[in-house]
Each structure stands twice: as structure tokens, then as C-alpha cells.
Design a protein around this ligand. Structure first.
Ligand code: SAM
Length: 284
């Protein structure tokens, strides 16, 4: 028997590999190459165009951090727009909040959703919640056409700024997010990794554009073992709320939402950035 390995080129000189038990599915959708695998160490996982998206073992970290930091800053959020997120993990976390009334999810590639429902029910099983409406279209176009002030929270759970994800890292997109958010609106977006230059350049550019759009724009970190370098960032931007000054740990803890990664101490800690990351954000 030959050993089967999934290998991803993190940089030209660095690779990350996982030993694979089964290559469950492979197809070329209208937008990207989709592969699902099964492994001993990470459980089932899937990749888009050869880049890791979600593994059963570490998805809780990403989905906790994209959702609960914003929700503990404004637990009164009722209307949420999720962009990307076809695996369903972000929506699953949002459905744990009883006061959320509406979750619009805009995923460009319906195949990612259907295959996640088939192979990854651990993330996809709340996509049928009655509060969720799925739209299969480009998030950039969706926000362009959405009503002003429609949402309290936007979570951008996208791929990297290449191919279909590129538009979600543009000033045009951020301006439209600002417009469709209400006065208390919060935007969380994927901010890439500070560690390898190919990702940190994108992170710097995205942050600069968000700073030009929102009065409050911060960056917070989390540890994602299967993403390049394992050190990854989200951006927090808001018209009104500062994630530290307006953090409401007592209100959030009363909701009794069980999390494996996020907690109130970590909420404060994740905004404390290493010096080299601060310098990158202050530079340019
Ligand atoms: N957590 C993952 C990560 O950062 O690697 C992202 C997960 S999720 C699968 C990303 C989704 O964003 C993909 O399914 C992709 O189809 C979707 N996507 C990319 N560009 C998009 C766009 N312009 N509009 C809507 N969805 C988009």
C-alpha cells in the first residue's frame, strides 16, 4: 500500500502535509477545484484550489473567533450577513444566539454548500435553520445591491484575495459594507496571516482600506494549525463599538454559550498583538 498525503505549498519553500486515508471527492465547479479528504489526524477536511479551508479537528477555532468576538461586543445583534462560509460553520455558531432573527448567507459556489452538507455535517448541519436564507451569488454584487442600514453585523468568511475571493478585499466592497451596516454595525473579515510575506502584504493592504472606511478598525489574532504558519488574523471594524472598551463579558456569559476556544479573557488578549504585527499595521 502506498502512503497517500495531501500537500499544500504554504510558500515556495515551505510545505504542509497531512496523511490521508481517503480522497472522498474531487470536482471542478464553475468557480474552483473542490476536494474532500478523510484523515486520521484532522478527521475530514476540504480544500479549494489546493488551499485548506476547513478540517473537523480545528474548525472550532476559526468559527468561534469569527463569531463570538463581535457578539460579545454587541450581544443585541439581530440581523447578520455572512459572505462566503459555504461549509456552514460560521452560520452554525450564529444560530446559537436566540436573539438573532435573520441570517443571510451569500456564497458564490453552491457546490461548496452541497458537498459540505454531504461530507461535513459537523459544520453544515445548521444551514437549514429557519432564520437562514442562502443566496448563491457574488458577495461583492450582493452588498452593492443591499439596502442601506440593513444589517447589524457582517462576517466575511472568504477565501484568500485571489480568484473569486479577490473582490471581497477591495475598497468598493468595504464602502458597501459600511453603507449596509446600521449605526451600531460591526464588520469582521478574514485578514490573512502576518507571518509569511505573501499573506502579510495582503493583510496590510486590507487593513489600510478598512481604516480609510471605518472609524474603528482593529486586528485580532488566533491560532489555526492548518492555515499557513498557524498564526492568523481577523479584522474588527465598526461605526460605534470598540471591541475592548465596549466588550460585555457579563452579558455574553449569561447567554451560556459553550465554546471550546473563545472565552472572555481571550477576547481581551487576542487584540494584544506582537510587535512585528503592530509595526506592519502602522507601516505602509
Ligand atoms: N475558513 C476558510 C478560510 O479562510 O480558508 C474559508 C471558508 S469558506 C469555504 C470560503 C468560501 O468563500 C468558499 O466556499 C468560496 O466559494 C466563498 N467565496 C469566495 N469568494 C466569494 C465571493 N466573492 N462571494 C461569495 N462567496 C465567496
Amino acid at each position: 500500500m502506498l502512503d497517500l498525503w495531501y500537500t499544500e505549498n504554504w510558500t515556495e519553500n515551505t510545505r504542509f502535509s497531512i496523511k490521508v486515508k481517503n480522497h472522498l471527492h474531487s470536482e471542478m465547479s464553475e468557480f474552483q477545484k473542490i476536494d474532500f479528504f478523510e484523515s486520521e489526524e484532522y478527521g475530514k477536511f476540504f480544500t479549494l484550489d489546493g488551499l485548506m479551508m476547513v478540517t473537523e479537528k480545528d474548525e472550532f477555532i476559526y468559527h468561534d473567533m469569527i463569531t463570538h468576538v463581535a457578539m460579545a461586543t454587541n450581544p443585541k445583534v439581530k440581523k447578520v450577513l455572512v459572505i462566503g462560509a459555504g461549509d456552514g460553520g460560521t452560520v452554525r455558531e450564529l444560530t446559537r444566539y436566540k436573539n438573532i432573527e435573520k441570517i443571510d448567507m451569500v456564497e458564490i459556489d453552491e457546490r461548496v454548500v452541497r458537498l459540505s452538507q454531504q461530507f461535513l455535517p459537523v459544520t453544515a448541519d445548521k444551514l437549514t435553520d429557519p432564520r437562514v436564507t442562502m443566496y448563491f451569488e457574488d458577495g461583492l454584487k450582493f452588498v452593492e445591491e443591499a439596502e442601506s442600514g440593513e444589517y447589524d453585523l457582517i462576517l466575511v468568511d472568504s477565501t484568500d484575495p485571489i480568484s473569486v475571493g479577490e473582490g471581497l478585499f477591495t475598497t468598493e466592497f468595504y464602502n458597501n459594507c459600511f453603507r449596509v451596516l446600521g449605526e451600531e454595525g460591526i464588520l469582521i473579515n478574514q485578514h490573512e496571516s502576518p507571518y509569511f510575506e505573501k499573506f502579510s502584504k495582503e493583510m496590510q493592504k486590507a487593513h489600510r482600506k478598512i481604516l480609510d472606511t471605518f472609524p474603528i478598525a482593529k486586528v485580532y489574532q488566533f491560532h489555526q494549525p492548518t492555515y499557513p504558519s498557524g498564526h492568523w488574523l481577523f479584522g474588527f471594524a465598526s461605526k460605534k463599538f470598540d471591541p475592548i472598551k465596549d466588550h460585555k463579558p457579563e452579558e455574553w456569559e449569561k447567554l451560556n454559550i459553550k465554546t471550546r476556544y473563545y472565552n472572555s479573557e481571550l477576547h481581551r488578549g487576542c487584540f494584544a498583538l506582537p510587535n512585528y504585527v503592530k509595526e506592519m499595521l502602522e507601516g505602509e
